[in-house]
Design a protein. Sequence first.
Length: 69
Amino acid sequence: MRTIKKELYAIYKDKNHMGNERGDSKEDAIKSYLIAADLEDYIYNIELTNQYTAVIAINGIHHYTIKLH
């Protein structure tokens, strides 16, 4: 049986909400997002991955209208 990753993260690229992904850490959630977005070949490209940030989703959901500082 597969275990569910604990935290839901909101994924942002250049401060734009791209989607949500579960992960054990911010980095894990970004990696999972890139795989889901069919960008798996680029998960080790530092320049690309540095464009993405993750924050823990509020109450298990996250809205794209929340602004990053």
